[in-house]
Design a binder for this molecule. Structure first.
Ligand SMILES: *Cc1c(COP(=O)(O)O)cnc(C)c1O
Length: 385
């Protein structure tokens, strides 16, 4: 049996505006450095937007590549008909080499063991397999120094079906500050790596270091491939990035694409002095009307939002009262007329003239917009809009 998932019938659901996703890609693509291609990052269920909806919208908007974090995500894209190049940015265990070669992803590599496994698998399949070496430029996450990188290229060259495609790296400190000296140093190191490899007789066909912030702020980081994550979804990497971008004379109006909605499950009148929810963390000071909403921290509506967040009902803000439960939460609708079970509630997004942004939810729960949307449970329906 399958239950209908039309809007309004599910406990909660996300509406995804495909035109907004395509718009964000077009906007950034129009400002790309000559020769650069644009990769849309669709890892983590497309930052919570639903991989299947997002990749199609990005392809329509002109994205040339898709970036994923794992082969599981690559399989989802390919099964859904995606034919553009897929860049697997996360770790691929050597045990998955055969599958990686069969899928034909571009794989990040940073150890000999992986390259040996990919070498053997590509030879067995007699199928070319493209490798991108991750370089360490200051993030101290994945990546290699130049000596190890050259050793790795030499190993790649020993296998007839392995192709040394290029290099990539990732910025550590570009969106968290308006002082970009650390990022400049990373870019300098990256350029140095590219030069050294070329001088050693290993030409670098593809260079990729830009994330959203770098793509917006610095055309000189675009090289052959810019990787666009958060901005593709219409959100800024940070307030600092937005401030830095204002110095650039460009009309960058990103459009957020996700609206997270639920419905009112029950409305109840409570007397003055009543405690609401677990831990009795909120006490009414006057007779109040409380709406029960069938969404909780299991769904990704963080418990840290307890007694802090607002939801939208009839286009007005209703404060969350008491602790957010696993599958439910309560909101105060005392001052909003005629709220009834079944009424539309917006947890994230706009309703009439009001809106709750991912940035606002992030600020209430001491995190970042990235975490807000990626934490919306994958099994909550994403409905294209
Ligand atoms: C997630 C990720 C990106 C995208 O970053 P945004 O800030 O969302 O643009 C780019 N590169 C790598 C390696 C990533 O893991």
């Amino acid at each position: 049996m399958s239950l209908p998932i039309e809007t309004g019938l599910h406990r909660s659901y996300c509406l995804i505006e495909r035109n907004a996703l395509a718009h964000n890609i077009r906007l950034v693509k129009a400002n790309l450095a000559p020769g650069a291609k644009l990769a849309a990052v669709v890892k983590s269920n497309a930052y919570g937007h639903g991989c299947r909806i997002a990749w199609r919208a990005f392809a329509e908007g002109g994205a040339d590549w898709m970036c994923v974090d794992s082969l599981h995500e690559a399989v989802e894209l390919i099964d859904d008909g995606c034919t553009c190049p897929i860049f697997n940015m996360g770790y691929i265990p050597p045990q998955h080499a055969r599958e990686a070669v069969a899928l034909g992803v571009h794989a990040i590599v940073y150890n000999q063991e992986q390259v040996m496994a990919f070498g053997a698998a590509s030879s067995a399949a007699t199928k070319p397999f493209r490798l991108i070496i991750k370089l360490e430029t200051g993030t101290q996450r994945q990546g290699l120094g130049i000596k190890e990188a050259i050793d790795l290229v030499k190993t790649i060259a020993r296998f007839p079906y392995l192709v040394f495609e290029g290099i990539c790296s990732h910025f550590a400190n570009i969106e968290d500050t308006t002082d970009h000296s650390y990022a400049r140093e990373q870019l300098r190191a990256f350029n140095q790596f590219a030069e050294t490899l070329t001088q050693n007789g290993y030409p670098v066909k593809l260079r990729s270091i830009a994330n959203s912030a770098a793509t917006i702020l610095w055309p000189e980081t675009h090289f052959e491939l810019a990787r666009m994550g958060i901005t593709a979804y219409g959100m800024w990497p940070s307030g600092e990035c937005r401030v830095s971008a204002q110095r650039i004379p460009k009309d960058l109006v990103l459009r957020p694409a996700l609206t997270w909605k639920t419905i009112v499950a029950q409305v109840k009148d409570v007397p003055a002095g009543a405690f609401i929810g677990y831990g009795c963390s909120y006490q009414t000071t006057h007779p109040s009307r409380i709406a029960i909403l069938p969404v909780g921290y299991f769904d990704g509506y963080h418990r840290a939002l307890s007694n802090l967040a607002h939801v939208l009902v009839h286009g007005r803000r209703a404060p969350v009262r008491g602790r957010i439960c696993m599958n439910m939460c309560m909101a105060d609708v005392t001052d909003i007329e005629n709220v009834c079970p079944g009424d539309d509630v917006v947890l994230l997004g706009a309703q009439q003239n009001e809106k709750i942004t991912a940035e606002q939810l992030a600020s209430w729960s001491h995190t970042i917009n990235y975490e807000i949307t990626t934490q919306i449970q994958a099994n909550i329906p994403r409905i294209p809009n």
